[in-house]
Design a protein around this ligand. Structure first.
Ligand code: SAH
Length: 393
């Protein structure tokens, strides 16, 4: 077993059960990509069993802080069984569930979503890449599913020195799935959808939108960055009369329109605009359009804190336009999924946008990702999705 020795004082984060060690903290030791290593403090004390990643700034990701634990197929079976059992206890209101959420489930770099009887996974670290086959077997065993599709085409893989990989890992057949979320039927394709196919993290916020649209009697809804229209279906279910979905992906919009009909709503109540959101908001303002509810769920503008400043301007811009377009008494659901922008900063950005728009509003709720995408106490970096539900004055 190869040993990685840390510099003096650099053992602190592992002692607090934080799973990452950055390149600059390593004093000596080398291993192959994904190889299991024993991480020791300067004085030789055991800290963790971990996966080594020679190409990555995150040089070491801990698998276990227990010296007696062996990192083998059984280890992955246990961790995956625990993650699956946690989701069962959480009683998620859908058969589309995030089963494994990386570090939060003690499996750094592994993301697994279940869509009905189909699994879709991302292997994003050298360690998960190396253990791919035992992980795949453990996933089938823990879920009873027979099909697992791999979507290891996220750009973060490049940081680990890994090429993109996609395709069936176990089983084969149709890559399309239909899930039931809060009683709505939503379809996706694990081969060509975003990420693993769908944005499960917004599940509870879609239900809340439906509830608010009904409660406040909101009629005209603008769903920006709609993807396949999850929030659009929610708004219609809540009784909205007219919903406009805006996205720059034509295939996503086609699915959004299909979802409206699939869920029993009149196609005439939905309009799909294949366009840039920023330009659409400006054009709508110029045309004198007004909406009673607006959802802003943009892609990650700031992947890391280093991008925060430019991202802040982009968030502020769309929120300012959104608040202007919103009728008095209207509802804004505004999100950021940038890990580099914390909830407090996001609040400040939206407040700045409101100032510029000459608007104010009451925060109805602070929103976050669904509980099957947990943030753990020891790994706060896992927190990424935050949002505000604002009732405009
Ligand atoms: N709210 C969605 C998820 C949104 S993901 C849901 O509940 O499923 C972000 C979406 O923004 C993607 O679908 C992407 O195609 C779209 N997008 C990215 N940049 C855009 C832009 N400049 N204008 C319009 N859409 C954009």
């Amino acid at each position: 077993m190869k040993v990685i020795r840390l510099r003096d004082g650099k053992e602190r984060s592992l002692l607090r059960k934080h799973p990452w060690v950055f390149a600059g903290s390593v004093e000596k030791g080398k291993a192959d990509p994904g190889e299991t290593v024993r991480v020791e403090a300067q004085d030789g004390r055991f800290l963790a069993w971990a996966a080594f990643s020679p190409a990555s700034q995150i040089r070491v990701r801990a698998w276990s802080f227990d010296e007696a634990e062996r990192i083998d197929a059984g280890f992955f079976q246990r961790r995956i069984a625990t993650a699956v059992a946690l989701r069962q206890r959480m009683a998620v209101a859908s058969d589309g569930v995030r089963l494994v959420h990386g570090e939060a489930d003690g499996l750094p770099g592994l993301v697994v979503d279940r869509y009905g009887d189909l699994l879709s996974a991302q292997f994003l670290s050298a360690g998960t890449e190396r253990w791919k086959a035992p992980i795949a077997d453990a996933l089938l065993q823990a879920t009873g599913c027979s099909r697992l599709y791999e979507r290891s085409d996220a750009s973060v893989r490049a940081l680990e020195g890994l090429e993109p990989v996609t395709g069936w890992l176990r089983g084969d057949g149709a890559t399309e799935a239909t899930i039931r979320e809060h009683g709505w039927r939503l379809t996706l394709d694990v081969a060509d959808g975003h990420k693993t196919g769908f944005y499960l993290d917004q599940r509870d916020n879609r239900a809340r939108l439906a509830g608010w649209v009904r409660h406040f009697g909101l009629k005209r809804v603008l769903n920006c960055y709609s993807y396949t229209g999850g929030f659009s279906v929610a708004a219609l279910a809540g009784g909205a009369e007219q919903v406009v979905s805006v996205d720059s992906s034509a295939p996503a919009l086609a699915r959004a329109s299909a979802h409206v009909v699939l869920n029993g709503h009149d196609a005439a109540r939905h309009e799909a605009r294949d366009a840039d959101v920023n330009a659409t908001l400006r054009a709508a303002l110029e045309a004198g359009e007004r909406f009673d509810a607006i959802v802003l769920d943009p892609p990650k503008f700031a992947p890391t804190a280093a991008h925060a400043e430019r991202a802040a301007r982009a968030y502020k811009d769309i929120n300012r336009l959104g608040l202007k377009l919103l009728a008095p008494g209207g509802l804004l659901l505004s999100f950021s999924c940038s890990g580099g922008i914390g909830a407090e900063l996001f609040h400040k950005i939206v407040a700045g946008a409101a100032m510029d728009a000459g608007a104010d509003g009451a925060i109805l709720a602070r929103l976050e990702g669904a509980c099957d995408h947990p943030t753990t106490l020891m790994f706060p970096e896992g927190e990424y999705l935050k949002g505000l539900a604002i009732l405009k004055q």
